[in-house]
Design a protein around this ligand. Structure first.
Ligand code: NI
Ligand code: MN
Length: 221
């Protein structure tokens, strides 16, 4: 599986299928990725992004799925704790501690609550935490789903900062951590290299710091 961080919270998983998580980048479009599936963690504009205009089969919490369906987007509704399989790709919706109202033309549509995903494809398991505070049940996500990779927000202010994300990484136990949701705007500026050094100094986990648009390959273990 190839993992590409497109910036902010937007990640493209490319393998036997293409899965685009949180289709938003600041000042650009991710429509060119032509994903088989889109996964939306919550209703905030910096996560819903182009979900409506891309119009690909979209996995989201029931409330957002209903909103998307009303906009003509084929959507797959699910909820926290549940798992669905779509053409060989498995989506498990995990809790997130965050708010979740739909910020687009969301009149009449609540966004349910914010969530994260564990996505399994081609023998690789990836956890995308969405926007969240640190919570100790991240240990359960590690125990239950054994993610190979964990993508964790480190921007602070609206989500965990680096300090909390370090503890999250230890709770989850994925061998590889990718920091996301930072340096998009002034209010979420962080130093990802300091985060990497702090984790790698104190644990045997690895942190992959990517530039927006950068990819790497991960093989099934
Ligand atoms: Ni948010
Ligand atoms: Mn956000």
């Amino acid at each position: 599986m190839q993992i590409t961080w497109l910036g902010h919270s937007c990640v493209l998983l490319s393998g036997s299928k293409k899965v685009l998580i949180d289709p938003f980048i600041d000042g650009g479009s991710v429509a060119w990725t032509k994903p088989d599936f889109v996964a939306v963690t919550h209703g905030h504009a910096d996560h819903m992004g182009e979900a409506v205009s891309i119009k690909r089969p979209t996995v989201a919490i029931t409330e957002i799925a209903k909103y998307l369906k009303a906009q003509g987007v084929p959507s797959e509704s699910m909820n926290i704790g549940g798992t669905i399989e779509l053409r060989g790709v498995t989506f498990t919706m995990t809790p997130a501690v965050h708010s979740g109202r739909i910020e687009q033309t969301g009149q009449g549509y609540g966004g349910g609550t914010a969530a994260g995903f564990v996505i399994r494809m081609d023998g690789v398991s990836v956890y995308h935490a969405g926007d969240t505070a640190l919570f100790s049940d991240m240990k359960l996500i590690g125990e239950l789903y054994h993610p190979d990779v964990a993508m964790l927000p480190i921007g602070g202010r609206f989500t965990m900062g680096p300090n909390e994300a370090m503890m999250a990484a230890n709770f989850i136990g994925a061998k590889l951590i990718i920091p996301i949701h930072y340096n998009t705007w002034d209010r979420i500026m962080q130093d990802p290299v300091a985060f990497k050094q702090a984790i790698e100094r104190t644990t045997d986990l690895k942190v992959q710091v990517l530039k927006p648009g950068e990819s790497f390959e991960i093989e099934p273990v």
